[in-house]
Design a binder for this molecule. Structure first.
Ligand SMILES: Cc1cc2nc3c(=O)[nH]c(=O)nc-3n(C[C@H](O)[C@H](O)[C@H](O)COP(=O)(O)OP(=O)(O)OC[C@H]3O[C@@H](n4cnc5c(N)ncnc54)[C@H](O)[C@@H]3O)c2cc1C
Length: 378
């Protein structure tokens, strides 16, 4: 395995680290309280290229590979997983276009991101979560294009998106074989943003419904062929799950460092709690789980990059293992800090809330275990 990165990539990772430390982390508790990311921070992320991580070189981007994108996501997540999610959602929405879009579609989409535009990946519906094949948002073929009707829910970045990578069904009877992807402009008549979720964690990222009401889109908005949507959704999630793993590692690393720092400050029974063996045991488990998760995430990225036939298995394992590790590490970090860990004045309880979503979005960890068992056993 080769995890080496070039100078240009290292520069971007270091830039992400600096932004995370100086711009994101100091604001993270305030953003968590208000549930709104400030415009100035979003502007910084756009200006520094953090919202354009997936743009290929030929479309004016940095042309980063998946491993570099994951390493950047980890750095951003150390400051705030919600902010990292906002940036990662642009990459998630890019993948179907990268895989099956034509040159014009790529140009229109990546130009938008390069100019500071945002995007979202709209698959989930009230009746279609883990069962993505149950999508009922309808794309009815008409002269010159399609008419969209339906509701998407839990869509990251929906309230700030300029472009929507939409999964809709071109068959009246529904089902996997009708699932089709469209690249839709947010300002198309007939689109409105519905209820915004008041979430437990990753509160820097806005999540909401998108409603399509007799919305006409031209035929050239379709990505790939009709009925290709399910395959594109699966290929996209396979590429992007290691990034969720990387965000999980970033959260775990931040919680770990905070807990170690605290253990060296806090005195009980006349000595630093860091000197108690049971505290050391908690720290040892946290370090081990975080490092193991990071190694699996890197390997999953590497397998994707070389197109290994087991890439899907490693992608699912990295997301599942790293998010479970983040949940355990953040919960233990609260324990190391005792009552102070439970206080909202301290980021550790936020890390714990942020870690929870990593086990749910982009396919729950139960669904990942189905993928893993299936790939390992058959
Ligand atoms: C904050 C947030 C952001 C999100 N962002 C996006 C986004 O940008 N785009 C998007 O399209 N979606 C997004 N989602 C949706 C997310 O991907 C779904 O919530 C997730 O896939 C699970 O679907 P569900 O919530 O309908 O749960 P359900 O599918 O109803 O699952 C409920 C429970 O049943 C279990 N379960 C379901 N099926 C099986 C099975 N076959 N075997 C075993 N157990 C099973 C699940 O593991 C879970 O424990 C987001 C969700 C949240 C909360």
């Amino acid at each position: 395995m080769d995890f080496s990165i070039n100078e240009e990539q290292q520069e971007l990772i270091s830039l992400a680290e600096t932004i995370s430390k100086n711009e994101i982390a100091p604001r993270s508790l305030e953003i968590d309280k208000s549930g709104v990311m400030d415009e100035e921070l979003l502007h910084t992320l756009k200006q520094s290229g953090m919202t354009q991580l997936s743009v290929p070189k030929e479309y004016g981007g940095a042309g980063l590979d998946l491993l570099t994108i994951a390493m950047i996501a980890e750095q951003l997540a150390k400051g705030c997983a919600g902010v990292a999610t906002v940036c990662a959602a642009n990459s998630l929405a890019s993948f179907p276009i990268l895989i099956a879009g034509n040159d014009e579609q790529k140009k229109s989409y990546f130009d938008c991101l390069n100019q500071g535009g945002m995007s979202c990946f709209a698959l989930t519906e009230p009746g279609a979560g883990s069962d993505a094949g149950a999508v009922s948002c309808r794309a009815r073929k008409v002269h010159g294009g399609y008419v969209l009707n339906g509701t998407k829910c839990f869509i990251t970045n929906a309230p700030i998106a300029d472009k929507i990578t939409l999964f809709a069904n071109t068959r009246e009877s529904g089902g996997i074989r009708g699932l089709t992807v469209f690249l839709v402009d947010r300002n198309t008549p007939g689109i409105s943003i519905g209820k915004e979720e008041d979430k437990m964690g990753i509160r820097a990222s806005a999540t909401s419904e998108i409603i399509f009401d007799n919305c006409f889109i031209p035929a050239f908005a379709r990505i790939g062929r009709e009925g290709m949507g399910f395959r594109l959704a699966m290929e996209t999630l396979e590429k992007s799950r290691p990034v969720v793993g990387a965000i999980s590692v970033g959260i775990a690393q931040a919680a770990l460092e905070n807990a170690i720092h605290y253990a060296h400050q806090r005195k009980q029974f006349g000595q630093m709690i860091a000197s108690f063996e049971m505290v050391q045991q908690m720290i040892a488990d946290m370090v081990t789980k975080t490092e193991a998760a990071r190694a699996l995430v890197y390997k999953a990225c590497w397998m994707q990059m070389k197109g290994d036939k087991k890439a899907g298995l490693f992608s699912a394992m990295s997301k599942c293992f790293a998010s479970d590790a983040a949940m355990e590490v953040t919960t233990t970090a609260v324990q190391v800090m005792g009552g102070n860990g439970y206080s909202r004045e301290n980021p550790n309880e936020k890390y714990m809330r942020d870690a929870k979503i990593m086990q749910i979005y982009e396919g729950t960890n139960q669904v990942q275990r189905l993928v893993i068992a299936n790939a390992a056993m058959y």
